[in-house]
Design a protein around this ligand. Structure first.
Ligand code: ZN
Length: 192
């Protein structure tokens, strides 16, 4: 079998009852596993959606409980509490411990770093920012991602944008056309 370099596809800020299922359908059609960094508050509201992500074989990551603008300004203790709250919600839905964390806005600082270490989470950033949230034409977003694709990349998308499933399909096609293979974060970094 021909070896293909891997690219991880990640979705932040879900779960969203209107968008996440459509994104999952696209991933299923392409037989691709990805990673969803969910917001605890939303995950708590839609546990069956979290379960479906997990049952479809994707990674579920922690993206804080509230995703407030003030998240990075909190004390280590408060950040740890928020991480644990979101982990508990995820565990309740899927029955497994969550180990991946992506801080809101991708911002890190000493308090967040300490909280991540003390909760034994693995912090995951990204290398390709699609800028899919700024309301640009979807074709522009697609091109921005396509011209940056390289093996080992981590792409940041959002499954709370209304055209997320269309963009996902476009990006998966580009990844394939360029000879790469779309995978989840755990697959890319070989995290058990
Ligand atoms: Zn976010």
């Amino acid at each position: 079998m021909l070896f293909r370099s891997l690219i991880a596809v990640t979705f932040d800020d879900g779960v969203d009852p209107d968008v996440t299922p459509a994104v999952l359908d696209v991933l299923r059609k392409h037989n691709v596993k990805c990673t969803f960094f969910v917001i605890g508050e939303k995950a708590q509201k839609y546990p069956e959606l979290v379960k479906r992500i997990f049952d479809d074989g994707h990674d579920i990551g922690n993206h804080s409980f509230y995703h407030k603008g003030s998240f990075p300004m909190q004390t280590t203790k408060a950040i740890k509490e928020e991480i644990c709250c979101c982990n508990n919600v995820i565990k309740k839905s899927v029955g497994e411990e969550c180990i991946l964390f992506r801080p809101p806005f991708g911002v890190t600082n000493p308090m967040i770093g300490k909280a991540v270490r003390e909760t034994n989470m693995i912090s995951i950033g990204w290398s390709i920012r699609s800028l899919d949230t700024i309301g640009q034409d979807i074709e522009k977003v697609r091109q921005r991602v396509a011209c940056q694709l390289n093996g080992g990349d981590v792409i940041l998308l959002h499954d709370n944008r209304k055209d997320a499933h269309i963009l996902t399909e476009m990006i998966l096609n580009d990844i394939n056309k360029k000879g790469f293979k779309a995978v989840s974060v755990k697959q890319l970094f070989n995290i058990k």
